[in-house]
Ligand binder design. Structure first.
Ligand code: EPU
Length: 338
């Protein structure tokens, strides 16, 4: 399917449900459709570009005065298999949780902790999505796509994706340049489960045997009890990243605020829970018009109906300021502000 439209409403294309408009919008389900479109004389040139997947990590402050590419390539296939592992390739347009369900159906391990994350497969490497002790980088073998600058199709190995906490090359050098068309994941036939995070072990054991199906059920249960459903109230999951700070600051905060959760992070630093910091500033359940802070997880900002992107953004600025004042910690947005 190909869709090319001018002045296209993005309301149903971003999980915040912000009513912004794109000057040009091109949606495609096969790479050939994109290359054909780009070779047409009528295809817009020299416009700002935005590459969009499921729109679950975007906040539009204004209409987008440029060209949006919406990659909607379907399909999941088994491409290789060894005694212990399988390799599956999924199109960028596949709904992330459908892919997790598929892997769990075959009892292949790896993705079960990433159940119910909103969005599409194409965003998984961009954001290096993560939850309950697992990140997409742990499973990705290669990322396939099309480079709008060199007009060529190529694959990038996981090593070259420069994955870090909610970060990758696709947010830097390749931002709005490399369209992810599919991702190859490596899954385990005899998985070792990762159950160290929070209540996951307990919640899984309550369901009976510890296996990928029950881990998925437990993760879905935990997420549903804490996180708002974007189909009911617009949101983009965690609005901020968990801040990574020096040990000295973490120690100081620990002595002042005894119960503050801290997690080890790469390069000897310490990760703090942004949700905890925001909660302690009294924001949980706050609402101003239709812009608010979720009542069960302070890290999630919510559009209760007709909030504008600007209203959500302004609320996020106030939250950042109060966390900075109280804890001396600067929060960084996880959500991409457009
Ligand atoms: N906490 C509070 N109050 C709150 C929220 C959290 O005190 O309002 C405390 C919790 O009690 C816990 C700690 O903060 O001690 C961490 O909370 P939680 O386990 O809910 O996880 P998180 O750090 O807030 C991260 C990810 C989530 C992911 C969960 C589970 C980021 C930015 N967020 O949240 O990812 O689902 O861990 O692994 O890393 C997302 O990225 O959109 C997302 C939802």
């Amino acid at each position: 399917m190909i869709r090319f439209q001018k002045n296209f409403s993005l309301k149903s294309y971003n999980t915040f449900g912000i009513d912004a408009c794109a000057k040009y919008f091109f949606e495609f389900t096969e790479l050939n459709d994109l290359t054909e479109f780009l070779s047409l004389d009528t295809s817009p040139e020299d416009e700002p570009v935005l590459i969009m997947g499921g729109g679950s990590n975007l906040l539009f402050l204004n209409d987008f005065d440029g060209m949006i590419f919406h990659v909607n390539i379907p399909g999941i296939k088994l491409i290789d298999e060894s005694r212990n592992q399988v390799w599956i390739e999924a199109g960028a347009g596949v709904n992330w949780d459908e892919l997790v369900e598929y892997s769990v159906f075959y009892r292949w391990g790896g993705m079960e902790n990433l159940s119910l994350i909103p969005g599409k497969v194409g965003a998984a490497p961009v954001q290096n999505i993560g939850a309950y002790g697992v990140e997409a980088k742990d499973l990705i073998e290669t990322v396939n796509g099309f480079d709008l600058k060199t007009m060529s199709e190529y694959s990038i190995s996981a090593h070259d994706c420069r994955f870090a906490y909610r970060d990758s090359i696709f947010k830097h050098e390749l931002k709005n340049r490399f369209l992810v068309t599919s991702v190859v994941f490596r899954l385990e036939k005899f998985p070792e489960y990762k159950l160290d995070y929070g209540d996951l072990k307990n919640e899984t054991e309550k369901l009976g045997a510890v296996n990928v199906r029950n881990i998925r059920r437990a993760v879905v249960g935990i997420r549903e009890s804490k996180l708002p459903d974007p189909k009911v109230n617009g949101n983009a999951g965690s609005f901020f990243k968990n801040p990574v700070v020096d040990v000295a600051l973490a120690e100081k905060l620990k002595s002042e605020f005894g119960t503050i959760p801290v997690y080890p992070s790469a390069d000897g630093k310490v990760k703090l829970a942004a949700g905890w910091l925001i909660d302690r500033c009294g924001w949980k359940g706050f609402r101003d018009g239709d812009a608010g802070v979720h009542e069960k997880q302070a890290l999630v900002l919510v559009n209760y109906g007709n909030a504008t992107g600007r209203q959500i953004f302004d609320l996020s600025e106030k939250i950042k300021q109060s966390v900075l004042n109280k804890f001396g910690v600067e929060l960084e947005r996880e959500v991409n502000v457009i």
